[in-house]
Ligand binder design. Structure first.
Ligand SMILES: Cc1ncc(COP(=O)(O)O)c(C=O)c1O
Length: 352
């Protein structure tokens, strides 16, 4: 006799992490930051009282973020990674019989979060250039839609949603539907047309914007993300959260990272320059890639995806392979760039 589990949970594939790299390979599979911690972060962590529970409300960090964003403290929520906040908000708004709408391919955690809430995923394919098809997404909203997730830059295609596209989309979505704008990679965006969620919070009462300290701020291992939006919606997320899951080291490190703004901007500038160089190298090798605006690039390798992933591995580059769609490659160490481009050229020569 086996324990009776919810069938939709038993059917789920567990979250698949970007593979670890061999000692001589580069791990470009999880959109992580290759730099060591920002100045002050290690000292801030060391000052934590590890025998005490953290501040459950992450007050100091929320005060600081609210000030930066220009909202009240209650309009900011902090979670153990922005993925935790996504889960809380999906659970708060959608249950059995409800629909959660998002683009596909997008962040691979979305389907599982929706299934755990007991709700139904409705997906709209991204366009051939990796962008959200927001017209089709607006048309896919039904009476049962409770949440729409818009991911910009989209993981894994790295393509943005523009302000104009987002405004047109919001005009079509009922105010009773929660719209989550997942901006995990916002700090890497250089396209002036890209939507900036924080600037639109006042206009849309059903909008919550999510960001993270995992990517540009380099704190993926500490798990801290945040959201800004209507306080009653974020109160629901707080109610759905596991208490005390944002640790004191994480809260202190996030504050220290915010203090290190100058260094942060320098690091982001280096990664953006590196990304654009990788983009140019790929395009001159014949790759038609979406304009990358996150810290990663997308190769639509289609049916050749698994084989292409192996070519990259042979060159010492561990990528994220999403067969049969494509390969996502994070922008990592400078030394990885030439290897990455050599592997991409070999894929062109042998598989395409
Ligand atoms: C689009 C997107 N949203 C959210 C997250 C979650 O980030 P974290 O939970 O580390 O804040 C990720 C991580 O890869 C992501 O790609």
């Amino acid at each position: 006799m086996a324990v009776v589990l919810r069938s939709e949970i038993a059917a789920l594939a567990p979250y698949r992490q970007g593979r670890a790299a061999a000692a001589d390979a580069f791990k470009l599979s999880s959109n992580e930051n290759p730099f060591p911690p920002l100045p002050g972060v290690l000292e801030a962590i060391a000052a934590s009282s590890l025998n005490r529970y953290p501040d459950a409300g992450a007050t100091a960090l929320r005060v600081r973020l609210a000030d930066r964003i220009g909202v009240s403290v209650d309009e900011v929520h902090v979670g153990a990674g922005s993925v935790a906040i996504l889960q809380q908000l999906i659970q708060a708004a959608a249950g059995p019989g409800d629909e959660v709408l998002y683009a596909w391919r997008s962040f691979e955690a979305y389907p599982g979060l929706v299934a755990v809430a007991g709700a139904t995923s409705v997906t709209v394919p991204v366009l051939s250039d990796g962008r959200h098809d927001l017209d089709a997404m607006a048309a896919a909203v039904t009476d049962r839609t409770r949440v729409v997730i818009v991911c910009t830059p989209n993981n894994p295609t790295s393509a943005i949603v523009t302000t104009a596209e987002f405004e047109a989309f919001m005009a079509e979505v009922p105010e009773t539907v929660l719209v989550l704008l997942d901006e995990a990679y916002a700090e890497f965006v250089t396209d002036a047309h890209a939507v900036d969620g924080f600037s639109l919070l006042e206009r849309y009462p059903n909008l919550v914007v999510l960001r993270t300290f995992s990517k540009a701020y380099g704190l993926a291992g500490l798990r801290v993300g945040y959201a800004a939006g209507p306080s009653y919606v974020l109160d629901a997320a707080r109610s759905a959260a596991i208490p005390l899951s944002v640790t004191e080291p994480a809260q202190r490190a996030a504050l220290a990272a915010l203090d290190a703004e100058r260094s942060l901007l320098d690091q982001v500038a280096v990664l953006v320059e590196r990304r654009d160089r990788v983009r140019d190298g790929l395009r001159s090798a014949g790759w038609d890639i979406p304009e990358p605006q996150g810290n990663f690039v997308w190769l639509a390798t289609g049916d050749d995806t698994a084989e292409a992933g192996m070519v990259f591995e042979r060159h010492g580059i561990v990528t994220r392979v999403f067969a049969p769609d494509g390969i996502r490659i994070s922008i990592g160490e400078e030394e990885s760039v030439d290897k990455l481009l050599a592997a991409a050229a070999e894929v062109v020569a042998t598989l395409r």
